[in-house]
Design a protein around this ligand. Structure first.
Ligand code: FA5
Length: 348
């Protein structure tokens, strides 16, 4: 058999074989056998050395044509088999879109964080800056700068965790007032700041006291600030947090760092002032302490108290949350019980 006939025979035989193969592995085997170094086509090409020189190019070109032809056959068959395998797979792997999906438990910010964020946003909207202060604080800032010298009886108002003589866990956010006053440049404008954060006291935990709780401090200092500014600010805050019909009243009180000092009550949002269990039948609920900044606090921080003055307040977001949501035990906020906390989904 001459080489050309042999090549023709190879083409026919293999075209049929390729067409009849229904399996990718078997097809690959055909490819290896046919085109490999020991395959029949290579063998034919080797036999060309026995041909007359003028015949060699013709047979070589023919061999290459047949090789290319069979390669194309192999590729087409491979594509067809792969497509068929994919179609079969898709047919068996249908997805039932009506099956219930896995429940994803979605968390929510802690209710105290939500209240604090809300109050922060309220004050940011009024042009206040938000300032952070250290929780491990110096006695100097927590007390002395705030007009509470050592051995002053007012220290008993806040039973404090001391680390050593100089260091303590801050018992109030008021030291941030002193730290901010020290650095504020009044030539650039008034000071309006709030400072939210954690504070610590050696209070025995009970339904309304925790040894660790939160406060938000507020401080406004400029040249002509009056108590009317304080009252207007706190009224707007009370109406923002507890509802637009709320009223506030100021009662005389005492804090060493404010003079005069006031305790602020908000009209009861449950009974509208008629009297109920929440307001202990008084119609009013005490929500925060405030006052006009004591000149000593300004002087201690190097601010001219003859020129500048203003108001300060300190509120407890934990107590705000208790009042707003009718929660009767402050410890619920700190026990990490998801059944309790998950009731307070973030609004919006
Ligand atoms: C102060 O801490 C003052 N620094 C507030 C202040 C700032 C007054 C600026 C004037 C000017 P007082 O000790 O009352 O004040 O605490 C403020 C608020 O913290 C209270 O109204 C209450 O809401 C909350 N609070 C106090 N003790 C506890 C406690 N143990 N657990 C939870 N909340 C508390």
């Amino acid at each position: 058999m001459d080489l050309k006939t042999r090549l023709e025979q190879l083409r026919r035989e293999n075209q049929k074989r390729i067409k009849d193969t229904n399996d990718l592995d078997a097809l690959n085997q055909i490819r290896v056998n046919l085109l490999g170094k020991k395959g029949p086509i290579t063998e034919v090409l080797r036999g060309m050395k026995d041909l007359k020189p003028e015949e060699r190019p013709k047979v070589g070109a023919y061999a290459n044509e047949i090789k290319a032809d069979l390669q194309e056959n192999l590729q087409n068959r491979k594509d067809a088999l792969e497509q068929a395998a994919l179609t079969a797979k898709l047919a068996t792997e249908t997805i039932d879109v009506t099956l219930p999906g896995d429940q994803v438990v979605q968390g929510t910010p802690h209710i105290i964080d939500q209240i604090m964020d809300d109050i922060e946003e309220f004050f940011i909207g009024q042009g206040y800056q938000v300032v952070d202060g250290p929780e491990v604080e110096e006695d100097h800032y927590n007390f002395e700068m705030m007009n509470i010298p050592k051995d002053h009886p007012a220290r008993d108002m806040q039973d404090t965790f001391y680390i050593d003589d100089q260091l303590l866990m801050r018992s109030q956010t008021s030291p941030v007032q002193a730290r901010t006053l020290e650095v504020h440049d009044f030539s650039k404008g008034p000071l309006k700041m709030i400072s939210p954060g954690r504070v610590y006291r050696r209070d025995t935990d009970d339904a309304t006291h925790s040894h660790q709780f939160n406060q938000i401090e507020g401080l406004v200092i400029d040249k002509h600030i009056t108590m009317a500014d304080l009252k207007g600010t706190l009224l707007a805050l009370a109406q923002h947090v507890f509802g637009k019909d709320r009223q506030i009243r100021l009662r005389p009180s005492y804090f060493p760092f404010t003079e005069p000092s006031v305790e602020v009550d908000v009209s009861c949002f449950r009974c509208n002032g008629k009297g109920c269990a929440i307001c202990k039948y008084s119609g009013w609920i005490e929500v925060l302490g405030a006052g006009m900044v004591h000149p000593n606090v300004l002087t201690n921080a190097g601010v001219d108290a003859d020129v500048y003055g203003g108001f300060a307040f300190g509120l407890g977001p934990d107590r705000f949350a208790m009042l707003k949501y009718g929660i009767d035990d402050i410890r619920s906020f700190y026990q990490g019980d998801v059944r309790f906390l998950s009731q307070f989904k973030e609004e919006g």
